[in-house]
Design a protein around this ligand. Structure first.
Ligand code: FES
Ligand SMILES: [Fe+2]
Length: 477
């Protein structure tokens, strides 16, 4: 088990670089992040040259490549990588560049029998070997390796396809530790994309990630989550915000981090208090109504984590008697389980300890977030978009577990792209988060502002991203 650190202003791990090796302008302070790390084009350029090519990057879901010959172009900075399903159980990645004169071979997503260069028509088999070089007698003879597509390392975990351009990167499962063991009970590999939306975020790629890396903003941004009636009059009064404040402690690991939303702040709570039977907003009413209303609210306002099936269970909960020794939250999970099993899902038994370890949201370094839940998960990914550090491509995938009988089905996954998030119908909660990203960016440019002053308890996930990034950005200098 990887070392875990809690609640320090400057967590460090073996292998971290000496802060003196980081230029002062970008140097982290105790729970402090200089704004230049978000606003400088040079900093982003460095991320694109040193961080993204050497990290493992979540490139797509396996179900996005439903058939042999299905491909996706994954772009990051100047790099274009072609991800291709070569066989039922084999997915490969190649640098998306013709061996003749460098032409990009495929764009977007689609399906091919072989990979064909649009310029002079050279072609390759799906395994990357050269199939056709037109008029080969006119060329200097070259080896098959030289003419073959240049491979990119690829591996899979939990139904996700990851790539790295670094041949020296550790194996994927080592890199992801402890996430695979923490998420094992949730069986992300049995989920499929239900919807997938992409938009341009009006901010740095890290600003939009930060928006989903802490629960400290819940009383300020999403007060409705902690209000029994889920009204959203912003801002809360001083008295109310004191009673609404959430507690979302963070844990940081060697590369990744997580936060755990424990509801309304009760300092005496232990770290293992996370209880899936407790829900935001579930206070002060008939407990059945409170749980049912909270499930319905999340399904409506987030369009994920809850499912049509958990909403059906919520409706059944309203009409049922709570068995002796149970409570409304537990009974909802029992009803959900029955419906899931009736529908042919392989429904795991998740222990209270496993729920607690899974927390609310995980930062998968560098640019992905996973919110695991039983039966469904949300995945966020952000990337720089062009040279402007104040713009990024942000994507949301809603995953839902599918019946065992459908594991081998082919899934049509087509991201919906919205130039402006306001057109994307992303629900109340994500809309509130996006409004912040634009305001953070404008405010950060103020000459009066020097950097983020973070909570050492609830915002260390953000610090951790920067600490780990420094290993990539400055280690060789
Ligand atoms: S550039 Fe690809 S075949 Fe000529
Ligand atoms: Fe939020």
């Amino acid at each position: 088990m990887t070392d875990e650190l809690l609640c320090q202003a400057s967590p460090t791990f073996d292998g971290d670089i000496d802060p003196a090796d980081v230029p002062e302008r970008y140097r982290l302070g105790p729970a402090f992040i200089p704004k230049a790390r978000y606003l400088d084009p040079d900093f982003q350029q460095r991320e694109l040259q040193r961080l993204f090519p050497r990290a493992w990057l979540m490139a797509c879901r396996a179900e996005e490549l439903p058939s042999i010959g299905s491909y996706i172009e994954y772009r990051i900075g100047d790099a274009s990588i072609l991800i291709v399903r070569e066989g039922k159980n084999s997915i490969r990645a190649y640098h998306n560049a013709c061996r003749h004169r460098g032409t990009r071979l495929a764009t977007g997503r689609g399906r091919v029998g072989s990979i064909i260069c649009p310029f002079h028509g050279w072609r390759w088999n799906l395994d990357g070997t050269i199939r056709l070089q037109l008029d080969p007698e006119e060329f200097v003879p070259r080896s098959d390796d030289d003419l073959g597509l240049q491979p990119v390392r690829l591996d899979q975990w939990g139904g996700f396809v990851f790539i790295t351009m670094d041949d020296d990167a550790p194996p994927l499962l080592d890199y992801l530790d402890p996430i695979p063991s923490v998420m094992e009970p949730f069986h992300l590999e049995n989920m499929r994309v239900r919807w997938y939306k992409a938009t341009i975020a009006p901010c740095n790629w890290k600003t939009v990630l930060d928006a989903f890396l802490e629960g400290y903003h819940i009383p300020g941004t999403h007060p409705q989550l902690n209000r029994p009636d889920r009204t959203n009059d912003n801002p809360a009064t001083v008295k109310e915000i004191e009673t609404l404040r959430s507690w979302s402690p963070t844990s940081v690991y060697e590369r990744h981090s997580m936060y755990q939303s424990l509801g309304v702040k009760q300092r005496q709570s232990s770290r293992l208090d996370k209880d899936p039977t407790r829900r935001p907003g579930a206070r002060g009413e008939d407990p059945r109504e409170a749980i049912a209303g909270a499930v319905e609210y999340i399904y409506d306002a987030l369009r994920g984590l809850e499912t049509e099936r958990s909403v059906r269970a919520a409706q059944l909960l309203r009409e049922s008697e709570i068995p002796e020794g149970s409570n409304a939250g537990k009974h909802h999970l029992d009803l959900y389980r029955q419906l899931a099993i009736e529908d042919g899902l392989d429904w795991a038994d998740i222990t209270p300890e496993e729920w607690a370890r899974a927390g609310t949201a995980w930062h998968v370094f560098p640019n992905t977030i996973v919110l695991p839940n039983q039966g469904a998960a949300l995945v966020y990914r952000s990337r720089p978009q062009g040279a402007d550090p104040n713009r990024s491509l942000f994507e949301v995938m809603c995953l839902e577990q599918v019946p065992v009988a459908r594991y081998d089905d082919k899934w049509e996954v087509e991201p919906q792209f919205f130039e402006d998030y306001r057109q994307g119908d992303i629900g109340q909660i994500l809309t509130q988060d996006f409004e912040n990203t634009e305001n953070v960016t404008i405010g950060m440019h103020s000459p009066s502002f020097d950097g983020h002053r973070l909570s050492t308890e609830q915002e260390m996930t953000i610090y951790n991203q920067h600490r780990v990034a420094d290993r990539y950005l400055w280690a060789d200098d």
